[in-house]
Design a protein around this ligand. Sequence first.
Ligand SMILES: Cc1cc2nc3c(=O)[nH]c(=O)nc-3n(C[C@H](O)[C@H](O)[C@H](O)COP(=O)(O)OP(=O)(O)OC[C@H]3O[C@@H](n4cnc5c(N)ncnc54)[C@H](O)[C@@H]3O)c2cc1C
Length: 315
Amino acid sequence: MSGVWIISENRGQSMELLNIGRQLADKMGMRVAALLYQDREHVEDYINHGADEVMLLPPLSSEHPPESYIPVIIEEARKGEPDLILLPATPRGKNMAALLAARLNVGLVSSCTVIDFDKGSKTLVMERLAYGGAAVQKVICSTRPAMATIPPRTYDTAMPETGRQGHVRELPSPSPSAIKIIERKVKEREVKDISEARVVVCVGRGIEKEEDLAIARQLADVLGGAIGCTRPIAEEFHWLPEELCIGLSGVQVKPDLYLGVGVSGQVQHVTGIRNAKVVAAVNKDENAPIFKAADFGIIGDLYDVVPKLISELKK
Ligand SMILES: Cc1cc2nc3c(=O)[nH]c(=O)nc-3n(C[C@H](O)[C@H](O)[C@H](O)COP(=O)(O)OP(=O)(O)OC[C@H]3O[C@@H](n4cnc5c(N)ncnc54)[C@H](O)[C@@H]3O)c2cc1C
């Protein structure tokens, strides 16, 4: 079977990849197959959201890493000859993608923000950020299959269609892996996922000391939003956890409102707010680059402006 294959570990990832996978498969006149290795409960859901086939990988015992599936997937890919394999650009997805691409000896385009099929040249054209987010690179992947990883939330969830039919198939169990997991420790999450927040108040180095984060928190609270930060706040000062860092090396946010407070707006940061509906900023420097990305800007000292905003919003 040729077509687009999607390899993912949970429903959220699968639904986003099914959206772009289905669009591409329709343009290419092909089928979409979803390969699942953890989330086997939503098989019908995947078919309703665009999969023509669902391939189920048998559950692994707890001491086996998901990478044990690689030989089985390779075997299927050699038989099935997919045209394109998509994985999420999550730590695990990137790891799986690199292992698969190396074993299949094919090209892999990592962290694609756009994938399209050019009907004229019959090529897959992909876009990804380059030079720390300062440029967009257009890449043509000429191997078959072509492979790509896509950052979470690049595409919306696929829309369901009633009455879709699909085929479900169990794949063979992998052979015992040479790697055994001897211990698993869940990484403590200190904060909620800000990529889902409707309003994000983002603090930057304009905040002078850690205690002053309180005013940004108050502003986020009155707006019913979450707090985010620039990289220096998380990684240099360690005032907020790294999960809250927005940008190229942090998370991508998609809020209705992003409000940057004391944020300069360097390209690596702004990359993470491209999908915000409204961007607003408070900065005392009228030439701060954030104002170029902003729909609304207040030029002023945040220690003066933010308390006024809080009291007005409370009214
Ligand atoms: C490979 C790479 C990846 C990176 N990834 C990321 C990333 O993912 N996310 C990220 O954020 N950064 C990232 N960076 C860092 C990025 O380039 C910037 O250095 C960083 O975003 C700047 O953070 P900032 O705006 O908090 O600080 P600054 O650039 O120091 O800006 C502080 C701003 O606050 C304003 N200000 C100061 N005092 C006040 C006040 N009292 N009231 C109002 N305004 C005030 C200043 O005018 C200034 O504009 C990356 C850099 C590299 C090289």
